[in-house]
Design a binder for this molecule. Structure first.
Ligand code: ZN
Length: 133
């Protein structure tokens, strides 16, 4: 199984950003959805592991809006696929990593996810998702 589930890229506008990735990857998005818990609308390219996820904020209070304000568009997070999310979170916490926001949540595609704070994870916002069985 691929260990990188997807790369998350923050964009100001899905509509403005999709044509570039569609041209590069030779296909239209394979999925689009709004994730209210994260304040984002997302578009996925590809299937299985190694996908590209574009994230557009749904409002000014979205974490993606804050990221765009601070850093501008660009690579936002790396999502790693793990066999057992609870166990992976425990192991990460043992190394000093903390979850942001706290706890395991429901992410895109209804999958259980957790995010490791970049300050505690080597400067990278790491999303953990349980691999599909
Ligand atoms: Zn993601």
């Amino acid at each position: 199984m691929p260990k990188i589930d997807h790369l998350g890229i923050a964009v100001n506008s899905l509509e403005a950003s999709i044509p570039l990735y569609a041209a590069l990857l030779g296909e239209n998005p394979t999925g689009r959805e709004e994730v209210p818990s994260e304040g984002v609308r997302v578009a996925f390219f590809g299937r299985g592991g190694g996908r590209v996820e574009l994230l557009e904020p749904t409002g000014d209070d979205s974490p993606i809006a804050a990221f765009l304000d601070r850093r501008g568009p660009g690579l936002h997070h790396v999502c790693l696929s793990v066999a057992d999310l609870d166990e992976a979170v425990s192991r990460a916490e043992e190394t000093g990593a903390t979850l942001v926001p706290p706890g395991i949540r429901s992410g895109a595609e209804g999958r259980r996810v957790a995010f490791l704070h970049p300050r505690t994870a080597g400067g990278v916002l790491i999303e953990l998702v349980e691999s599909e069985r």
